[in-house]
Design a protein around this ligand. Structure first.
Ligand code: NAP
Length: 268
């Protein structure tokens, strides 16, 4: 990823999947720009950025169109001043009300449903629309231009995972958005994919009732008989962001120790 510039949205702390991805990008030679949601998170994200040697930290609450647009113009100025383009965008963001991740799905309120969709699915569309123009146009010299946009999803989009509820529906919408975005942006050589990660203990994950049972159960059932390491998710993000992933778009890539192939097991 030497010489590439990547934007990573969704680093809250050192346990965030986005943090592992940003670290891996820097390890592979990329320049990384992080975002934070609000002033509450500013200092933490700035400290993490300096630790992992990210280049810049910018504000962005993805539910506010004005903030998404402001992020794009700050990035545009920065990229222009250095005569470069954006190569990769990582959308590692999700949110749902805590009560919607514990009570029966049928109890989901209209507002809770809309909130989960807005933050966890629509925001990918908003971010893609704002950042795609910052990626390089195809060059006269035959350079393909374009870039790579990716998001994080979970098995609860296609299977019922107890308590994942409204977030599973939002992830189904997110995955469909990946396909439509990939089709729309493909002619500009912009690839759009999702990584479906196995359960990882993060702040968001702790909001799901009985998450530790989900983590332990998954580790027992998965073909590799272990939980997912965020570093392996990050390595797949490197693949997608780099030229190695140049033929891959519109895909959901599972990095979950094989969990998604399993039905149920007869052994303890
Ligand atoms: P995390 O560390 O809590 O990251 C979630 C991030 O989303 C936080 O940085 C949070 O910022 C941000 N966010 C929420 N609302 C936002 C908004 N309106 N504007 C901007 N940012 C906002 O948890 P994570 O597990 O790494 O989650 C990252 C992604 O991976 C999510 O899409 C999640 O669904 C997905 N995923 C997680 C797992 C897992 O088991 N952990 C498995 C598969 C997929 P604040 O902290 O400032 O609110």
């Amino acid at each position: 990823m030497e010489g590439k510039v990547a934007l990573v949205l969704g680093v809250a702390n050192r346990w965030s999947i986005g943090h592992a991805i940003a670290k891996a990008f820097v390890r592979e030679g990329a320049e990384v720009i992080l975002t934070y949601q609000g002033d509450r998170q500013k200092q933490t994200v700035e400290e993490l950025a300096s630790e992992i040697k990210a280049r810049q930290v910018l504000p962005c609450d993805v539910t506010e169109d004005a903030q998404v647009d402001a992020l794009a113009s700050m990035l545009a100025n920065e990229l222009k001043s250095r005569d470069t383009a954006l190569n990769a965008v990582v959308h590692s963001i999700a949110f749902a009300n805590r009560e919607d991740l514990s009570r029966p799905f049928v109890e989901t309120s209209r507002a809770g449903f809309a909130l989960a969709q807005d933050v966890s699915a629509y925001s990918l569309v908003a971010v893609a629309r704002a950042t795609a123009p910052l990626m390089a146009a195809p060059g006269h010299d035959g350079a393909p231009g374009g870039g790579s946009i990716m998001t994080l999803t979970y098995l609860g989009s296609t299977r019922v995972v107890e308590n994942y509820n409204v977030m599973g529906v939002a992830k189904a919408s997110l995955e469909a958005s990946v396909r439509y975005l990939a089709a729309g942006l493909g002619p500009s050589n912009i690839r759009v994919n999702a990584i479906s990660a196995g359960a990882v203990k993060t702040t968001s994950a702790r909001g799901i009732r009985d998450f530790s049972k989900m983590l332990e159960g998954g580790a027992k059932l998965a073909p590799l008989r272990r939980a997912t390491d965020p570093v392996e998710v990050a390595d797949t993000a490197v693949f997608l962001a780099s030229d190695l992933g140049r033929g891959v778009t519109g895909n959901i890539i599972y990095v979950d120790a094989g969990m998604q192939i399993m039905g149920f097991a007869l052994t303890e």
